[in-house]
Ligand binder design. Structure first.
Ligand SMILES: NC(=O)c1ccc[n+]([C@@H]2O[C@H](COP(=O)([O-])OP(=O)(O)OC[C@H]3O[C@@H](n4cnc5c(N)ncnc54)[C@H](O)[C@@H]3O)[C@@H](O)[C@H]2O)c1
Ligand SMILES: [Zn+2]
Length: 340
């Protein structure tokens, strides 16, 4: 299983890197400044690999640069890649490591709320392919995920909010009590280390029961069928949505679908919508034809059916629920005008 360690201070044990022939550290241009400099003196001699920041660089072209530098530095199969960054760096770094010379070890040091609460746990790696999110990837577990919540001090507010969407998701699919506590306060009033611990523990429990997403793990896709389609398309626009912003919109629309299917009560749907809109506002939805096309490509689909994970009352979830295009159009209408 994925070993996960959570602490607040930026302190790393030397033993983390023991036994490797070489160490390469992957950062993006922001985590290089804000996070790498804080732990640099604690790292053994290493090759530093810097990639440009942002989802638009989570692609095969960036992987080629990383593989190129790994090759240039003569990393052999006993080397380790340390990914220091958010979900883009951990997804791309994990993918590059798990395919380089048929796979070398990697260690994840997540630096965003999103990657601490979600992306750095569970062994999904990958990159986008055109507008298709995470279309090319592997299942590969990091040697360890070492979480330092002090890194969140420099994270810009919109990025913090983006990660909060996954925290909300974890509560909605698993824990009514935690949701009740969460929605009582705005994001800035929450203790971040506590939120990370709750979310990371929950994700670990789910993925340890179902590492390959044969069943239960699919509940983590709540909000992501519609959310990924929105995120993928928005990447081509001048104002791309952050992952969590797209997932927030996806959770409202998928909750509406759950209400139509009599899984959620109307009061629960309103509760979810009100809190998410209070925090995220509303995103602009893309043109519907393109959107349906993107939904048909979703990795969770089987044959012609669009399958979703939906909440079944707050705190529980069901998965593999077939959803029709008219239901999705109605959800978009609800999201745009708030009408049932
Ligand atoms: N593998 C999984 O299970 C999984 C789960 C959820 C999401 N994801 C993926 O995660 C990605 C989104 O991750 P993200 O939101 O962390 O994005 P990100 O990695 O792009 O980070 C967001 C921004 O914050 C900057 N940054 C990171 N840490 C910082 C810090 N401590 N201080 C200042 N700036 C910092 C980054 O440079 C970037 O500009 C998406 O590609 C999504 O598909 C993967
Ligand atoms: Zn997500």
């Amino acid at each position: 299983m994925n070993e996960v360690h959570i602490q607040s201070r930026a302190k790393l044990p030397k033993s983390l890197f023991r036994g490797y022939s070489k160490v390469a550290v992957l950062v993006d241009e922001n985590t290089r400044i804000h996070c790498y400099e804080r732990i640099r003196s604690q790292l053994p001699g290493h090759e530093l690999i810097t990639i440009p920041a942002g989802e638009q660089h989570k692609n095969l072209a960036t992987c080629q640069q990383v593989w190129q530098q790994m090759t240039g530095a003569n990393l052999d199969r006993h080397a380790v890649l340390v990914a220091l960054g958010g979900g883009v760096v951990s997804d791309l770094g994990g993918f590059c490591a798990s395919t380089y010379k048929r796979g070398i070890d990697f260690i994840l040091l997540p630096t965003t709320l999103l990657s601490m609460a979600d992306a750095s746990i569970g062994g999904k790696t990958g990159v986008d392919f055109g507008t298709l999110k995470n279309h090319v990837g592997t299942f590969a577990l990091p040697k360890v995920t070492w979480i330092i919540t002090d890194f969140l001090q420099t994270l810009p507010q919109p990025e913090l909010r983006s990660g909060f969407a996954e925290v909300i998701k974890h509560c909605l699919v698993s824990d009514r009590k935690a949701w009740n506590q969460l929605r009582r306060k705005p994001l800035k009033a929450h203790n971040l280390t506590r939120l990370v611990r709750h979310s990371a523990d929950f994700k670990m429990r789910v993925v340890s029961k179902d590492p390959r997403e044969g069943g239960l793990r699919k509940i983590l896709n709540f909000g992501h069928t519609i959310g990924h389609a929105l995120e993928g398309l928005s990447l081509q626009t001048r104002t791309p949505l952050l992952h969590g912003e797209a997932i927030a919109a996806g959770m409202i629309m998928e909750s509406y679908i759950a209400w139509r299917k009599k899984l959620l009560k109307e009061a629960e749907l309103e509760e979810i919508r009100d809190y998410i809109v209070e925090i995220f506002g509303k995103a602009e939805l893309p043109e519907e034809g393109k959107w349906m096309e993107a939904l048909r490509q979703d990795k969770k689909n089987k044959g012609r059916n669009i399958l979703m994970a939906l909440p079944k009352s707050i705190g529980k979830a069901v998965f593999d629920i077939p959803v029709s295009e008219p239901e999705i159009r109605a959800a978009a209408g609800y999201y745009r005008n708030d009408q049932m």
